[in-house]
Design a binder for this molecule. Sequence first.
Ligand code: VTB
Length: 335
Amino acid sequence: MKKEKCKKKQSKMIIEPDGNLAMNLVRVTEAAAISAARFMGTGDKEGGDGAAVDAMRKFLKTVDMRGVVVIGEGEKDEAPMLFNGESVGTGHGAEIDIAVDPVEGTNLLAQGRPNSIAVIGAAERGSMWNPGNSFYMNKLVVERKARHVIDIRLSPEENLKRIAEALNRPISDLTVFVLQKDRHKELVNSIRKVGARITMHTDGDVMGALMAAIPGTGVDVLMGIGGTPEGVIAACAVKALNGGMQGMRTPLLKEEINQLKIDKIDLNEVLTLDTLVNSDNAFFAATGITEGSFLEGVRFDNDGGVTTHSVVIRSKTGSMRYIKGIHQLEKSILV
Ligand code: VTB
């Protein structure tokens, strides 16, 4: 009996990810951001993404974990690296689901616009939602104080009223992050109708979700349709921050609509935060590539120095760290 107990304890010790994981993952996002940053404004989306993928993979190899990429660069055939199902890490340590976006906002980077980031979410093995054939979802994200009042099945107007009440602020003080897309015309009208403020961004709703989940960033709510992979990555952050998030599959592409019909997927299913990441042991790390209002971008300094700004969040302890990294490229395994 005693032996049994001891065995159980031991295996638990091995399986549970520890605090170092998040701190190590930030090295991975820093490396990806530094490599991608050279492509700022070049118009070369693929170049920036490729450089970030290479760097991420190189650094992931040094992280003690038995990681599997659940949200990656796509299927094996089209993505040579960080493909869905790929094993990452040293092969020692905790079993982890990994969600990566080496460059979240490749357009932003290629055009030199603000808020592109390198980002990783991690959680216990088997806990991350696999979007399958679903590429787009509607998203609603708020900070912890408003997490119990949101209901994505209700109108944006009703949600904003509830959120304002929960935060004890007039609706006119709320700022909603919305992707600037034709599909959001109606959403924008609804938000304007109740008098909330809007901040529009062409891309990058992981950053929008992150800002919405952290009080005091200047963004109070994220609303609208974005990618499902980005939804899972954002969910790691929201989970770690104890914020609120709900989603709903909203297929936009013809093949996507057909396939979900064939798969008999219920489009009315509410994807709760627990559906998206079913673990209380979630981690999130992001590093700014281009300048942003929340994370500063990569700066190339004198004498080969590079400065990065990152955020690292861990759900178990609720800790959030802002990390300023000063790197000497000549000593890095990046070169
Ligand atoms: C979304 C959003 C991302 O791409 O996935 C968007 O979540 C895709 O929407 O942040 P469109 O296909 O309509 O552009 C991003 O903006 C990443 O660039």
